[in-house]
Write a protein that binds this ligand. Structure first.
Ligand code: NAI
Ligand code: MG
Length: 371
């Protein structure tokens, strides 16, 4: 039994809808196991820009600072070209707290084998985790100039309008993320696939060199390299062949949207973003579904809250050290799927479609049943 403080940053679009369900599940767990979770709320994204003038205020960052973990919804939905982008909230949190390791487990539930557009025999046995580097690469090129002048901008030249982004990685950044992947692999099926584009990019040549050096320290773990384009293909050809995939920021972003279809929907994939800061019982982290604010379905009670709920389970495991409670939530989610409950994104003939709130309630009932 313990006291924990969780900062909830629900954000925009479906963010608040799915986060509310995750919070309800956490409250249920607290009641059942005698924990006290204090939820403190802050604004992020478009909502924060409108109310406070920035995608995330200093006060909200300070709230995060004083908590054991951050539960995040989604941000986004600004008009293209807007000066202040909602996504800046995430960049500030990721960089500020050095959440360099983004863990994205992809697990295909048996009962969802037929919900995917991919053949069940291909999906069978899919259970992998993508370890995505989160604080370097193209997304941060504008912060660390690699070339004189501005490394990320749209500019007018004699050749016409051009744009530049910089993909920069230091040896240290590569080493620490690859190490995370190997440590995780030791607790799983002991295989690491390092994904790069070493046939073209210098940053990938360095990535490969460093990955090989780290791999030599883990002779018990099978190690392979894949080029990112080939990896995208193999993920659909034989997903069960993967255990741990480690890759840079942009590749990890794209590959996990693709991999979400192995699990049936974007609404099924949770994530944890971790750094080196410790909490009393684990690692300080930010937990969020991999999907965005989904403006096309926002406000309609249609969003699948399971990715957010599974993110809350990861929060319990990694930041609060509550492994048993995390497992109970994960089992409850699978049980609800087994019992045939589906949100619209997992539509399957013969299965009743329920809304966001009702799915949240089903998970809560199941948590109570199996706790
Ligand atoms: P998206 O992930 O929001 O949506 C892509 C598609 O998946 C949409 O058709 C959406 O309806 C569906 N979808 C996503 N989550 C779902 C859920 N839980 N249940 C059912 N269906 C779901 O990506 P999109 O549309 O490209 O981006 C929308 C906004 O979100 C953009 O402004 C983008 O920058 C932002 N974004 C924010 C992220 C974050 O906060 N971490 C991550 C990705 C995008
Ligand atoms: Mg993404």
């Amino acid at each position: 039994m313990g006291n924990y403080t969780i900062t909830v940053l629900a954000g925009d679009g479906i963010g608040p809808e799915v986060t509310a369900q995750a919070e309800k599940v956490l409250e249920t767990v607290a009641q059942l196991y005698g924990h006290t979770f204090t939820f403190q709320r802050g604004l992020v994204g478009l909502t924060a820009i409108e109310a406070e003038g920035a995608a995330i205020s200093d006060e909200t960052v300070a709230l995060c600072e004083q908590s054991d973990a951050i539960l995040f919804g989604a941000v986004g939905g600004a008009t293209p070209g807007a000066k202040v982008k909602p996504e800046q909230a995430l960049f500030r949190l990721r960089k500020g707290f050095q959440f360099f390791a983004n863990l994205r487990p992809v697990h295909t539930f048996q009962a969802l084998l037929n919900a995917s557009t991919i053949k069940p025999e291909v999906l069978q046995g899919t259970d992998l985790i993508v370890v995505r580097e989160l604080t370097g690469g193209l997304y941060y090129g504008h912060l660390e100039p690699a070339v004189p002048g501005k490394p990320s901008e749209i500019r007018q030249t004699e050749r016409g309008t051009e744009a530049i982004d910089t993909l920069l990685y230091t040896e240290e950044e590569i080493e620490r993320i690859v190490r995370v992947a190997f440590e995780i692999a030791r607790g799983r099926r002991k295989k690491v696939t390092s994904v790069d584009k070493a046939n073209v990019l210098s940053s990938s040549v360095l990535w490969r060199r460093v990955a090989e050096r780290v791999a030599a320290e883990y002779p018990d773990v099978t190690f392979e390299h894949l080029l990112v384009d080939a990896c995208a293909m193999h993920l659909l050809r034989q997903p069960s062949s993967f255990d741990v995939i480690v890759t840079e920021n942009l590749f990890g972003d794209i590959l996990t949207d693709e991999a979400s279809m192995l699990a049936g929907s974007m609404g099924m994939l949770p994530s944890a973003s971790l750094g080196t800061r410790r909490t009393a019982h684990g690692t300080f982290g930010l937990y969020e579904p991999i999907h965005g604010s989904a403006p096309d379905i926002a406000g309609q009670d249609k969003a699948n809250p399971l990715a957010a709920i599974l993110s809350a389970a990861m929060l319990l495991r990694h930041s609060l050290g509550l492994e048993h409670e995390a497992t109970v939530i994960e089992k409850a989610v699978e049980r609800c799927i087994d019992e045939g409950y589906r949100t619209a994104d997992l539509r399957e003939s013969g299965k009743e479609v329920i809304g966001t709130k009702e799915m949240g309630n089903r998970v809560i009932e199941t948590v109570k049943r199996i706790a």
